[in-house]
Design a protein. Structure first.
Length: 268
């Protein structure tokens, strides 16, 4: 009887152990499957965030020359997290001629960022739009820069800390008594201002053109004005001659800083 009892006990223990092992295997497989599904979902939502930031960039470009205009980009924040970053750095824009500063403006460096969920990842840091140049001379170059990168998680960022400087040609400028040929140089920068941030599952980026701060400066003929842009210890310059202008003529420099307010509002 004792051997039969021991045999029965052994069979029961084997069954219990086998059941436990099977439960562990099933649980582990289920956890791995859930992890894979959640990872795919978070990466898909991060891809959506990138598309939203690209759409936000396009919206800013659409309203930049339309004071008081308003734009909206619908989005959602399930596993992604938006951030308005005030870096406390500044971008400095100045024009020098004949050894003296003719004009100068300072623009705060503010950046919109969205962080992906903990399982989202970026294969390689890259620019989706624009690049790291500070002084753009191509009229088609993007003032906005959209980057995706990995730094303690997956991030997508939008910043406008650069200027576009274009030489538009020779114009006839009235000097008070007569008209004379004059170089015309246009410089534009965007000052991003942050409003409310209500990050909800259903939300919208709200973008508004709050107007501009124009500065016009007349620079004497016989000089070759230099445009200088500085940020974070980096400097880029262009002279009037490099832009295609003629230093033998007077120059008229128009510098415009456009104030763009960005906020995030929850769904009504």
């Amino acid at each position: 009887m004792s051997s039969k009892s021991n045999l029965g006990t052994s069979l029961v223990l084997e069954a219990v152990i086998l059941t436990s092992v099977l439960c562990i295997i099933v649980f582990a497989a289920s956890s791995l499957a859930n992890e894979a599904i959640n990872g795919k979902m978070e990466n898909a939502q991060f891809d959506q965030a990138k598309n939203v930031i690209l759409a936000l960039d396009e919206m800013i470009k659409r309203i930049v020359y339309r004071p008081e205009s308003l734009g909206r980009v619908e989005t959602s924040f399930w596993t992604t997290h938006p951030h308005f970053i005030e870096t406390e750095e500044n971008m400095n824009v100045a024009v020098w001629a004949s050894g003296q500063k003719e004009l100068e403006v300072t623009v705060p460096v503010n950046i919109v960022k969205v962080k992906g969920g903990e399982r989202a990842s970026v294969a390689a840091d890259r620019d989706l739009v624009g690049d790291g140049s500070l002084l753009l001379i191509n009229i088609t170059a993007s003032l906005g820069r959209v980057q995706e990168y990995q730094s303690g998680g997956a991030w997508v960022a939008l910043d406008y800390s650069r200027v576009r400087c274009t030489y538009t040609g020779i114009m006839q400028y009235y000097n008070g008594t007569d008209y004379e040929p004059c170089n015309l140089v246009e410089i534009i920068a965007i000052n991003m201002i942050f409003g409310d941030l209500e990050a909800q599952e259903q939300a919208s980026f709200i973008v508004k053109n709050q107007g501009s701060s124009p500065i016009q400066k007349e620079i004497s003929k016989g000089t070759n004005p230099t445009i200088i842009v500085q940020k974070s210890g980096v400097q880029e310059t262009r002279t009037l001659a490099e832009l295609g202008g003629d230093p033998n003529y007077k120059s008229l420099v128009n510098l415009v800083v456009v104030n763009i307010e960005i906020s995030i509002s929850g769904a009504d």
